[in-house]
Design a protein around this ligand. Structure first.
Ligand code: ATP
Length: 898
């Protein structure tokens, strides 16, 4: 079959495997230009002259006024309007004109002809090659295929080049994306469509197909990274709240006056003294050298179980539904199903603070109380529940800014201790009681503290375990219920017991595991029952007790379908029986950070879980990190861990949830921040670092990923996180600076760390300042010169990067950066090991630039206001095509195409 010329165009639909639907949305709006191509079947160019034995759609060979580039350089034939005489020139009839420019048929890469639009039968264009030219072309394709194979085998599999053998894990260590990874979702296969021959051939004017491909590649690169969805959600939420509330961003003044460092080195006093002493006495897990094995086994952190066994929901078991007449006992999980404790809490608090109704929502007030009560119970396991309730009332009042007197508190306690029944409770009890035993299960620990007015025949169950708090293995509660019932009805089967509850996590899971029938009451206005956890499906589910009675009267035959609808237990960890992890927020070398929510209050938190690595003999860094946090407590922009400890054999730290980190926001802003944003960020970053230094801590891992924006009221506050490799630079016993040492191994992240770190020098405050400068440069330029360089070993690479940071590469980088950076680096490099940096001067540099440019420190970062971003953000409406994407073409052409 003779080859034909045809028109085709890139077709966005189905092309991208973008992780984000934002990318899909943008791609769908993309109007791509048609291009001219030569269509040939592979059988034609593999065996010209022979009849094809299989049907193939063939390949499209691009015709373009530009020659192929990169890996494909030289892979073309010249299209000549006149008869060809030499090597790779093809003759086309009738002659093809393109504004007087020569045209090239690219022999490689060849694009798949997918004919995506089925209703369009592509008409070939009236042009064709003569037989001799076609033979030349086929030969050229085969030659170029061989050449390509050779070139590929010559190209190292690393982006950074180089052919020598490298150490294991070199690529991952160097944070390179491997080629295979980068090409995992190639643009190819189904992204071209052939068009009917209606277009005119002006399509051959540049920009060509390759420009379009670059745009596609850009789209894929921009929208495929992990976290794009959550970052854009965070940004959109932030912008909405700014619009809704006429929110005037509140950036804390950069003045350092509040931070007192008592001269050069901090002096530790009062409560700080204890925290610092504890930290000083703790072995630093990563201090520039591997811990000796005996120290690890002596254990900075003990872990008995190498595969941590966190508390997870019990495995699913569905009881076949049985008819109401077959229940002999109904057990009410009192609070939430029969008794309205929420209203009692709200009444108690409004009796203390009458005006709180207008200040905070009912939901928030109840949440505050429950959270405070739970944390009091948690932190004082031996305290009386009634005291915890009293303290929780006081906590809420203080949190809302009120002082309470003892009389008012006692009155509020009375209200709290006598909650009323829900409106539907009386009639439901009437229906359910006929001939059945009714039992009520108090909220754990509240048996003697909360005494609702229950009907006489409802038996309040006193649990055998004195305490039935959050940490009690919940199956024990069901064992206790069964034992209690069996005392009066020895032959009862668990399936004849119906447990009615509002809490999926607290009662549903253990009740199902125990074989009880279960009913979940999801009262729409009850905060606790609004927690939706897909870990356990109830046998019955109803909005209130009346609806439950109706459901019980209808026998459900279709048990099988019901079973199939049951998802298996997917939920990962549950920490301290209180925080349920649901998804991963981030992963680092020292742990995984999970998104989790508080099972009582639904409040979101972040949980860092650090599994000890037995094989590498690496201890958990988390207990150490938690101690650093204690030393740093009390500063805006530094998290306070809510709980830390060991659970299931792993180190765990529960902390407030933050928004995206600066690297995620940089990607959201399409690679770079504007200088205005850099200045605003720099002011906060230097203040955080100064604070850490003022508490005797040198951070040692300053990088974009370790700064994250806060949530809600703290959405403009930049937080410094990750103190796993931080270190006290002051010896609290002597009050002296730690001594200089040489020959240390590298600490921190090579891309951002100071040049001292590359040469094995002990790090001090000056190195944090230098790493801050490098971090800001990375955020400003999007890339640093030493990213992706090649060296045969990690040591060689470290050395090479150090040289670049100390030499020309840094010099060149600074020459194309604002002068503030030259000053910053000049200052950090002029500091001696023990010197205190001049934070005020560094802040002054960025403040001065802002004043000069007439920018306000108004919190309008690039992600809020993209006016200063040339390429816009990843929000589809703000996305601007990047005309400067001028990278090597071959990087954009997936290998699968040829
Ligand atoms: N409290 C938090 N809220 C939201 N996200 C967080 C929180 N803490 C950490 N993260 C996310 O998880 C990522 C990794 O966290 P972190 O730096 O603490 O882990 P790590 O194991 O110490 O990492 P590294 O390899 O940098 O040492 C952070 O960059 C951040 O995006």
């Amino acid at each position: 079959m003779p080859p034909t010329f045809t028109l085709a165009r890139l077709r966005p639909t189905g092309a991208g495997q973008w992780a984000s639907n934002l990318g899909q949305q943008k791609a769908a709006d993309l109007n791509t230009r048609p291009f001219l191509a030569l269509h040939a079947l592979s059988s034609d160019y593999h065996n010209p002259g022979k009849v094809s034995t299989y049907v193939s759609l063939g390949r499209l060979f691009v015709v373009s006024p530009q020659k192929p580039e990169g890996l494909y350089t030289g892979f073309y034939c010249v299209l000549s309007p006149v008869e060809a005489t030499d090597g790779r020139t093809l003759t086309v009839y009738p002659p093809l004109q393109s504004s007087g420019q020569p045209l090239y048929v690219h022999t490689l890469p060849a694009l798949p002809d997918t004919r995506m639009l089925e209703d369009i039968v592509p008409d070939p264009l009236p042009y064709h090659l003569d037989d001799a030219s076609f033979r030349v072309f086929c030969l050229a394709v085969r030659e170029d295929m061989d050449e390509l194979r050779k070139r590929r085998s010559d190209v190292a599999s690393r982006d950074s080049g180089g052919l020598e053998a490298v150490q294991k894990d070199w690529d991952s260590w160097s944070q390179q994306t491997s080629r295979t990874k980068a090409r995992r979702a190639p643009l190819g296969e189904s992204i071209f469509e052939r068009l009917p021959a209606i277009g005119n051939l002006n399509v051959l004017d540049p920009p060509t197909i390759y420009s379009e491909l670059r745009l596609f590649h850009q789209l894929e690169a921009d929208y495929s990274w992990k976290g794009v969805r959550s970052t854009s959600d965070w940004v959109l939420h932030l912008r909405k709240s700014i619009m809704d509330q006429q929110f005037i961003p509140d950036i804390p003044e950069a003045a350092s006056g509040a931070i007192s460092t008592y001269g050069d080195l901090p002096i530790f006093m009062d409560h700080l003294r204890t925290a610092v002493d504890v930290l000083f006495a703790t072995e630093i897990p990563y201090d520039g050298q591997k811990l000796p094995e005996e120290l690890v086994s002596r254990s900075v952190v003990r872990w008995e179980d190498p595969s941590p066994d966190f508390d997870v929901a019990e495995s699913a078991y569905i009881c076949p539904r049985i008819h109401a007449a077959e229940f002999h006992v109904v057990v009410f999980d009192l609070i939430g199903s029969l008794v309205d404790r929420d209203t009692a809490i709200f009444k108690a608090i409004t009796s203390l603070i009458p005006t709180c109704k207008s200040v905070v929502s009912r939901y928030k007030v109840i949440q505050l109380f429950i959270d405070s009560e739970a944390s009091r119970t948690r932190s004082n396991p031996n305290s009386l529940p009634i005291d915890n309730m009293r303290y929780a009332l006081r906590d809420v009042a203080i949190r809302l800014g009120y002082a309470v007197d003892d009389d008012a508190l006692e009155h509020a306690m009375q209200l709290l201790r006598r909650p009323l029944l829900y409106e539907d409770a009386t009639s439901a009890l009437e229906t359910l009681r006929c001939g059945r035993a009714l039992l009520a299960l108090p909220l754990p620990d509240t048996l003697f503290s909360v005494r609702p007015d229950l009907p006489r025949d409802v038996d309040l169950l006193a649990m055998a375990t004195a305490r039935c708090d959050l940490y009690t293995r919940r199956s024990e509660v069901c064992d206790a219920i069964l034992a209690h019932i069996k005392a009066s009805q020895p032959g009862i089967d668990p399936s004849e017991i119906l447990l009615v509850t509002s809490y999926t996590y607290r009662m549903l899971e253990p009740a199902r595991a125990a074989g009880f029938q279960t009913a979940l009451i999801t009262r729409p206005d009850c905060p606790l029952s609004s927690i939706r956890l897909d870990t356990a499906l109830p046998t019955y589910s109803a909005d209130d007790l009346c609806a439950l009675c109706d459901a019980l009267d209808r026998r459900v035959e279709d048990v099988q379908n019901y079973k199939e609808a049951d998802p298996s237990f997917w939920t990962p960890y549950r920490i301290r029986g209180l925080w349920q992890c649901d998804k991963i927020l981030g992963e680092g070398s020292f742990g995984t950070i999970y998104n989790a929510f508080h099972l009582f209050t639904n409040e979101e938190v972040a949980i860092k879980v650090d599994m000890p690595d037995e094989e590498l003999h690496q201890p958990c860094a988390l207990p150490y990190e938690a101690k650093v946090y204690r030393v740093l407590e009390g500063h805006l922009g530094i998290l306070v861990p809510r709980w830390d400890g060991e659970e299931g054999g792993a180190g765990v730290m529960v902390m407030d949830k933050l928004g995206p980190n600066l690297n995620q926001l940089r990607l959201f802003c399409r690679g770079k921040f504007s200088l205005k944003t850099i200045c605003m960020l720099a002011l906060q970053m230097i203040t955080r670092i100064e604070f850490a230094h003022s508490r005797g801590i040198v951070v040692r891992d300053v990088k974009p990923e370790n700064f994250a924006m806060g949530m809600d009221d703290h959405r403009n506050i930049l937080f410094l996180l990750d103190f796993g490799v931080s270190k006290l630079y002051v010896n609290p016993t002597t009050g002296k600076h730690i001594p200089f040492r040489d020959g240390r191994s590298h600490i921190g992240t090579p891309r951002y760390s100071s040049f001292n770190s590359h040469f094995g020098r002990e790090l001090s405050r000056r190195d944090d300042i230098e790493a801050l400068g490098t971090t800001l440069l990375a955020l400003l330029h999007g890339r640093l010169p030493w990213q992706g360089i090649y060296a045969p070993s990690i040591e060689a690479k470290m050395w090479r990067m150090g040289e670049m940071k100390a030499g020309y590469a840094m010099h060149e980088l600074l020459s194309r950066s604002p002068s503030e950076f030259t000053w910053l680096f000049a200052h950090s490099r002029s500091l001696a090991f023990e010197d205190k940096p001049n934070y005020e001067m560094i802040r002054g540099l960025f403040l001065h630039r802002m004043r000069y440019e007439k920018w306000k420190n108004d919190g309008l970062f690039d992600w809020v206001d993209c006016r200063f971003l040339k390429k816009g953000t990843l929000i589809p409406e703000e996305y601007q095509w990047d005309d400067e994407v001028a990278l090597d073409t071959s990087r954009f052409i997936p290998m699968t195409w040829s």
